[in-house]
Design a protein around this ligand. Structure first.
Ligand SMILES: Nc1ncnc2c1ncn2[C@@H]1O[C@H](COP(=O)(O)OP(=O)(O)OP(=O)(O)O)[C@@H](O)[C@H]1O
Ligand SMILES: [Mg+2]
Length: 314
């Protein structure tokens, strides 16, 4: 059962002829430093091809590996990610595709499964790696579900990785992988711009630059997380100016707590006056809660501090 349909206009090189862009090269060796990692970039920045190359390398390197290549919806998976994968894979390493083309077996016994992320059967997989294309469309819970499936024995290192356009600051990707104050250890990303991809047809980058307004260009060309909607509450907030890993709870300085009295969630920001700056040192987020629980949480976390609370009276 060889590849069951032909590709009419392959634009993707075969794996053995693939010459990575500098950012792709960085991405391809991220598993030396990280267990979970991503390639974030603008449109056409070479994201999907990078994710497919990494998947093929892991499947080739470790015989008997089982990898998942996934995306939120099946049509997108089939029309872009799977297509790139097929174009990339040299015939010499293919043992066969399943009838529906959703499983590829390599001659070394490794298997790659192509699934959309609404698939009920994800819960029964034992994986050596997973790759999510356009992860910004995917729920955080699904990411954790896939993390829990990384338990194929006999593989020296199991990893999860993704490629994606950036999203906004509320995305789990931003929180877990980028924000210096909430980022997880051994989680890492590389950023790339559409302008870095020298393989794109002439005029593509110029057309995009001419067409997109500044905020869209920042996200979809330059590959940066941002807010696209105007009217942001803190419109002057900037990640560069207002976020620092130095900010932490200091002893002996009173706390100023802004309190939002809701039931779900009950939330508070905890700040301290440090010189002429106001440091936001903690936040409290209690789903389905009440004033008593909030009071308990505050006394548990901040015993001994002088505390001023500023409730939202509305
Ligand atoms: N290292 C490379 N060698 C040859 N071609 C490349 C390379 N990197 C990217 N390309 C080509 O650049 C084009 C865009 O790549 P790709 O589809 O991977 O980008 P993308 O960021 O996933 O795009 P999209 O934003 O549409 O999802 C493709 O035609 C791809 O084959
Ligand atoms: Mg893509």
């Amino acid at each position: 059962m060889k590849n069951s349909f032909t590709i009419d206009s392959p634009s993707t090189p075969k794996l053995d002829r693939f010459v990575p862009l500098p950012k792709q090269k960085e991405f391809l060796i991220m598993d030396r430093r990280f267990d979970f990692f991503g390639y974030i970039g603008g449109w056409g920045a070479g994201k999907t091809i990078a994710g497919c190359v990494k998947s093929l390398l892991l499947a080739s390197m470790y015989p008997g590996n089982v990898g998942l290549v996934a995306r939120n919806s099946f049509p997108q998976l089939r029309d872009t990610t799977m297509r790139t994968f097929r174009e990339l894979t040299p015939d010499s390493i293919i043992k066969g595709y399943s009838k529906t083309d959703t499983m590829l077996e390599l001659v070394n016994g490794s298997v790659i499964l192509f699934r959309h992320l609404g698939d009920e059967n994800l819960k029964s997989l034992n994986l050596g790696f997973f790759y999510i294309d356009e992860a910004v469309d995917v729920d955080e819970q699904i990411f954790y579900l896939l993390v829990s499936r990384l338990r194929l024995p006999h593989i020296p290192k199991r990893v999860g990785f993704f490629t994606t356009n950036p999203g906004d600051f509320s995305s789990w990707i931003y929180r877990l992988f980028i924000n210096p104050t909430t980022k997880k250890e051994r989680f890492g990303v590389v950023f790339s711009s559409t302008l870095d991809n020298t393989y794109l047809p002439e005029g593509y980058r110029e057309n995009l630059l001419a067409a997109l307004d500044d905020k869209y260009a920042e996200r979809y060309i330059h590959g940066k997380f941002n807010e696209l909607t105007t009217g942001r509450v803190y419109f002057e907030f900037s990640m560069e100016k207002n976020v620092s890993s130095e900010v932490r709870l200091l002893p002996d300085i009173p706390l100023h707590i802004g309190m939002d009295f809701n039931v779900n969630p009950m939330a508070a920001t905890v700040t301290q006056d440090v010189g002429d700056e106001l440091w936001v040192v903690d936040e409290i987020y209690l789903p389905n809660s009440n004033s008593w629980e909030m009071a308990r949480e505050i006394t548990k976390r901040f015993k001994g501090y002088t505390i001023f609370i500023y409730p939202d009276a509305t």
